[in-house]
Design a binder for this molecule. Structure first.
Ligand code: GLU
Length: 270
């Protein structure tokens, strides 16, 4: 009886041990999930997983015909992969929004975020950034003929639309404290709401608004820019070697003239 009990106990222990080992092996297989060295994991899997926008014309927009994402951020990400892994196709793109990009980075769902993301002191507490790779500024998009000509016209009773998790939402509350701010999951939803007459203006970076004006010429930018939005590539904290690699790659892309080529392809208004 005693012997049977001992045997059972041993097999239960063995099952536990196996399960524990199995769990760990699964966790460490080629994702950044367990917070280890992101650069080492990228090299091991021979691919960089980038978080990019899928609904932002000119920067990261999914082409419904091909299913592929296209834009300035996408082309920059491919060039970074070319510099780091020797092949611009060694990339995987996952959709992020302004709201999800920091959690997805910190969960290990993506290795780096290239998604119209402003380098800010607040965000630096949560993630690390590379050097600036693009300079934008916040502005306003309105229907042509609108009475709103600039930020000074955003008075009590006006409604401004923007996206959750953006610096745009924070800035507009400071710059036009009387206006009502409505926040959407992403900019595609915000623009749809503007077109449906649910707001008087849409606010975010001029570079993103140009993409919307390009899509629907009934809308235009007014009043110039009222903030500075320097874009950086975000990486999970504690990966200085990866940030350094990305900065070296960015410099090489700029030095080779490839950066200007990509910028001229996507950004017409400069
Ligand atoms: N660049 C601003 C930001 O990082 C606005 C654009 C966006 O939401 O991605 O919040």
């Amino acid at each position: 009886m005693k012997r049977i009990f001992k045997l059972t106990l041993m097999s239960v222990l063995a099952v536990f041990l196996l399960a524990a080992c199995g769990g760990k092996a699964e966790k460490t297989s080629g994702s950044s999930k367990d917070g280890g060295d992101v650069l080492a994991q990228i090299k091991k899997r021979d691919k960089i997983v980038f978080g990019v926008k899928n609904d932002t014309r000119l920067f990261g927009l999914k082409n419904p015909n091909t299913g592929k994402v296209e834009g300035f951020d996408i082309d920059i990400a491919k060039q970074l992969a070319k510099q780091i892994l020797g092949d611009e196709n060694k990339v995987e793109f996952k959709e992020v929004t302004s709201k999800t990009r920091i959690p997805m980075l910190n969960n290990g769902d993506v290795d780096a975020v290239v998604a119209t993301m402003t380098i800010s002191e607040e965000r630096k507490k949560e993630v690390d950034f590379t050097d600036v790779y693009f300079k934008a500024g916040q502005s306003l998009l309105v229907k042509k003929g609108s009475k709103i000509k600039g930020i000074e016209d955003l008075k009590k009773g006006t409604k401004v639309l923007t996206a959750k998790g953006s610096t745009s939402a924070i800035n507009i509350r400071k710059k036009a404290p009387e206006t009502q701010v409505l926040e959407f999951e992403n900019y595609a939803e915000a623009f749809t709401a503007l077109k449906a007459g649910k707001g008087d203006a849409l606010t975010t970076d001029d570079a993103i608004l140009y993409g919307m004006a390009d899509e629907d010429p009934n809308y235009h930018l007014v009043g110039g820019t009222f903030t500075e939005e320097p874009y950086g590539i975000a990486v999970k904290k504690g990966n200085q070697d990866f940030v350094k690699k990305l900065n070296e790659a960015l410099k090489a892309v700029k030095d080779s003239g490839k950066y200007d080529e990509i910028k001229n392809k996507w950004i017409k208004q400069q």
